[in-house]
Design a protein around this ligand. Structure first.
Ligand code: ATP
Ligand code: MG
Length: 419
């Protein structure tokens, strides 16, 4: 098997070998090559210590990013490459951090500390694939399986539970039975995880092409860390299949993946995550106030907290008349309004006709923003309006237009005002 690794990576590996050491790409990139996906970064593992690495690459830029864990970053043609010395992790203190790490000269030991068989393969152009745990077989069979005894691995690091779900959601792979059993029984250990790490993994889970399957199947373990949302992880509540332009763009990388699927852009993933997170919150019946409390507990971004809360609060409004709908549009910017509408349509209590109603309003060019009005502040100045009066008057005119009391034409608006 030959992988088209970039020349810089090849040069790094060659430099180690010329100096009597070994180096391989490891984990993600090997898995991705085997899946036919171009890797998004190249982690390198080596038997050289960080000091030895610094000596070999003394002429290059090296950043000591995590030297106590044996990781340095080598910059080549301005691309950063993380290089980690083979290591054995010591006892884990808090379900997350190994108390100590020990460097080893054995690649086998380094691969044994990795989480899943599909992530525990190494490759170098000189030696080919090193696959000690049947990772290729599991990859072929679409299986996520812990390396070693799954109970022990989840005890060491409970984040692996969420990582398993993330890979399952991204690739559409099923989690092997013993690993799955341990995942359920050890889920409470996730309480010890920092919320930022939980959210980081949940971001990946929600963005996966198979998110719905994973949320449904793993509702119970996920409820340990996301109790507020878990009641929406059911067949009839999940809104992820809706036809929204914001939510339907699934990122398929594994099962049924085209042979050369690129990684989705980060910004697309953020939008998808935002919409799905808010959608689940809505289906879980969370009010805007409860949503803010949840986001604060989870230390989410301000964008997710405030944007989501705005959408949820607008959804509490009743949408029946044209005016209701225009009002909703006026309260949100375009992206949030689209999401709010999609959620309204999903909600079985809302009329299916909302979409048609919206299309009609937009075709008719009905205004819902001050800037949509056929008059501006400048038109009001000759009539003697000043300062705050201008804004108030425009709001009044907009409201009257939205109610259908006047048409959005300059003359009509000005004479309505005078009258
Ligand atoms: P991605 O495409 O999401 O980056 P990845 O497999 O590269 O996938 P990373 O989080 O970048 O995942 O981790 C790199 C590698 O380090 C993994 O492939 C795995 O071998 C190992 N690894 C990462 N996190 C853990 C963990 N919590 N426990 C054990 N091994 C881990
Ligand atoms: Mg990676």
């Amino acid at each position: 098997m030959f992988f088209p690794i970039p020349n810089d990576v090849r040069d790094i590996i060659d430099a180690y070998e010329k100096n009597g050491f070994h180096a391989h790409i490891v984990g993600g990139p090997v898995r991705d090559y085997l899946l036919g996906i171009p890797p998004h970064d190249f982690d390198i593992t080596t038997d050289a210590t960080p000091e030895e690495t610094k000596r070999i690459f003394h002429a290059e830029r090296i950043i000591e990013t995590g030297i106590q864990h044996g990781t340095v970053t080598l910059l080549k043609s301005s691309t950063p490459y993380e290089i980690t010395t083979y290591r054995i992790d010591g006892k884990y203190l808090d379900q997350r951090h190994p108390e100590s790490v020990t460097f080893t000269r054995s690649l086998a030991e380094d691969l044994a500390r990795r989480d899943f068989t599909i992530n525990a393969m190494a490759y170098a152009h000189s030696s080919g694939i090193v696959d000690l745990f049947s990772g290729q077989e599991d990859l072929k069979n679409h299986i996520i399986r812990a390396v070693g005894v799954p109970e022990m691995r989840f005890e060491e690091d409970a984040l692996r539970i969420l990582r398993a779900l993330r890979f399952s959601s991204r690739l559409g792979f099923r989690i092997e039975n013993n690993t799955k059993k341990a995942l359920f029984s050890h889920a409470p250990l996730m309480h010890a995880l920092a919320t930022e790490r939980v959210m980081n993994e949940f971001h990946g889970i929600l963005n996966g092409a198979f998110a719905e399957d994973v949320l449904k199947e793993y509702r119970t373990p996920l409820a340990e860390v996301l109790p507020e949302l878990a009641c929406a992880f059911t067949e009839d509540a999940l809104p992820l299949n809706a036809s929204s332009p914001l939510t339907k763009e699934k990122v398929t990388e594994g099962r049924e993946a085209p042979p050369c699927q690129e990684y989705a852009k980060a910004s697309d993933k953020d939008t998808l995550f935002f919409c799905r997170f808010v959608a689940l919150s809505y289906r879980a019946g969370i009010t805007a106030e409860e949503y803010v409390i949840m986001c604060d507990r989870l230390h989410t971004s301000r964008h997710l907290r405030d944007g989501g809360a705005k959408v949820l609060s607008v959804l509490d409004l009743e949408v029946r008349t044209d005016y209701d709908l225009l009002k909703l549009l006026s309260l949100l910017d375009k992206e949030l309004a689209e999401l709010a509408l999609e959620l309204l349509i999903w909600n079985k209590s809302a009329q299916e006709s909302v979409r048609g109603q919206l299309e009609r309003l937009l075709t008719e060019g009905r205004p819902y923003r001050i800037t949509d009005l056929a008059v501006s502040g400048r038109d009001l100045l000759p009539l003697g309006y000043q300062g705050k009066q201008i804004g108030d008057t425009l709001s009044l005119l907009l409201d009257a237009t939205m109610r259908g009391e006047i048409v959005n034409e300059k003359e009509a608006l000005l004479s309505y005002q005078k009258g």
